[in-house]
Design a protein. Sequence first.
Length: 255
Amino acid sequence: MSLIRLQNIWRSYQMAAETVHALRGVSLEIQRGEYVAIMGPSGSGKSTMMNLLGCLDTPTSGTYELNGTDVSHMDDNELAEIRNREIGFVFQTFNLLARATALRNVELPMVYAGVTPEERREKAVAALTSVGLADRMDHQPNELSGGQRQRVAVARALVNSPSILLADEPTGNLDSKTGVEILGLFDQLASKGNTIIVVTHEEKVALHSRRIVRILDGNIASDETVRKVESRESRVEGKTEPTLDPRPSALDPSR
């Protein structure tokens, strides 16, 4: 069973006398453990897709099944429960509480989930340690670098063991070196079997994924598998250079 299954999804908005179709009959499946990038220019429907996948919005028509549950017609309270249980968010602007420590920021989703204080602390410590911040737990966001703040955000996203890690332009507010470090962290999480969906307009960011879904004019324009190949230079350095596999994805609905 697919972790995510979209069937003929339409999302339309009424703008005065005009109806705008942000998504036009989109169908997509994502399996557990996949690392997927969703790309598209401004106005393509990429952000609408992210909002639907993150259960921040519901479709005008069509079906969205998340982990075997139809979330297409849930109300706001039901969607909030799904988000807290199934989805970990990583935002471009970090969205950390300014006056709370890293530990407290990571504990916050578990407060809403009803986890006991003792268990909250234990899990938050483990999550921060897993992203390399064992020595920064008592620091507030203004005492952390941009990369460290984003690592706190990743720890917070993972602490409830969600089905999906959904990242919106996760390197957008970072310098290039720090951005590479965060993408390296995503690579590690993907290798451990986490399901990751990154929404981005940057090709270099998308190429860290294993699959790129491109959105254009509210439709899926392409669905490509990313494969890792070694160039002459990368073989010397022991690194890999990602490229697009010209073959269609095994999940391409057009096949």
